[in-house]
Design a protein around this ligand. Structure first.
Ligand code: PMP
Length: 283
């Protein structure tokens, strides 16, 4: 069944959804994006995603195509028109179409596209088994805090992981784990959560922030600090967070089994707490 896609103010069947070949998103990866998960037809933590979108736009001196409230209204309409119950809503803003030139165009209008991807996020069999990850050098640019569409480096890393029979890759810079290809990386040691502090080196994950708050409310300790792949391999538990995987256990890093090779108790507790809140069941 064809989806309804949003393109610059229009809701069109996906076959008719078109963007110019001169769009700077296509020519220069001059664009930013957000992925919001949808549970029960509702956008999860979307206010935080739109705040990050605004920050990404500001950092790139890119105009917003619409006020954020109108972007949100369009997001809800895309979800509604596609009858999306569970999955993800993808949103992308690029600097727009202009004759090819490295300098920013003076009068280009930013492009805005959105589409849905139906996916079973809550009953994800991968979460029962846990992921294996490989470690690989982080070759991305230095502004990973800006959520740009230049995703070739993480795409190469993801494919290398799949080719090696793993599920994802943890990226390593100067001997330390930065993050996963499209998620934030965490380990658990002695009941304490450890995750890298935010900086230009990683994306400031919306799920990361929510999990930090949930952990605090639940009395789980947290240290924001750098950790190496060796430390991660000796940890009791490991997991990643992202809008579409929520809290995903990691049970193998390269050749090292983590804990007893099953998803850890702290990890599964956080996954449960995240769902409780996302489903609005929290008291
Ligand atoms: N790091 C990177 C590099 C990502 O692409 C993502 C997913 N967008 C994340 C972390 C997780 O961020 P969030 O929890 O906001 O999805």
């Amino acid at each position: 069944m064809s989806r309804i896609v949003y393109v610059n103010g229009e809701f069109v069947p996906e076959e008719e959804a078109k963007i110019s070949v001169f769009d700077r998103g296509f020519l220069f990866a001059d664009g930013v994006y957000e992925v919001t998960s949808v549970l029960d037809g509702r956008l999860v933590d979307n206010g935080a995603h739109l705040a990050r979108l605004q920050r990404s736009l500001d950092e790139l001196r890119m105009a917003s195509p619409l006020p954020m409230a109108e972007i949100e209204a369009a997001q809800l309409e895309v979800v509604r028109r596609n009858n999306l119950v569970e999955g993800a809503l993808y949103l992308q803003v690029s600097r727009g179409a202009a004759d090819r030139d490295f300098a920013f165009p003076k009068d280009a209008k930013p492009s805005l596209v959105m589409f849905t991807q139906a996916k079973n996020l809550s009953a994800n069999p991968a979460a029962e088994k846990g992921w294996s990850v490989i470690t690989i050098e982080d070759i991305r640019w230095k502004r990973r805090d800006i959520k740009t569409v230049q995703l070739l480096a993480p795409s190469l890393a993801k494919q290398s992981a799949l080719d090696a029979g793993a599920d994802d890759a943890w990226l390593i810079e100067d001997g330390y784990v930065t993050e996963g290809t499209s998620n934030n990386a965490w380990i658990v040691k002695g009941g304490m959560l450890i995750t890298r502090p935010t900086s230009n080196a990683i994306l400031h994950g919306i799920t990361r922030r929510a999990v930090m708050r949930l952990a605090e409310e639940d009395g789980i300790g947290l240290e924001e600090r750098f950790f190496t792949a060796e430390e991660a391999k000796a940890a009791d538990e490991a997991f990643v967070t992202s809008a579409t995987s929520f809290v995903m256990p990691v049970v193998r890093i390269d050749d090292a089994q983590i804990g007893n090779g099953n998803p850890g108790a702290v990890t599964m507790r956080l996954r449960e707490l995240y769902f409780e809140e996302a489903n609005g069941r929290k008291g």
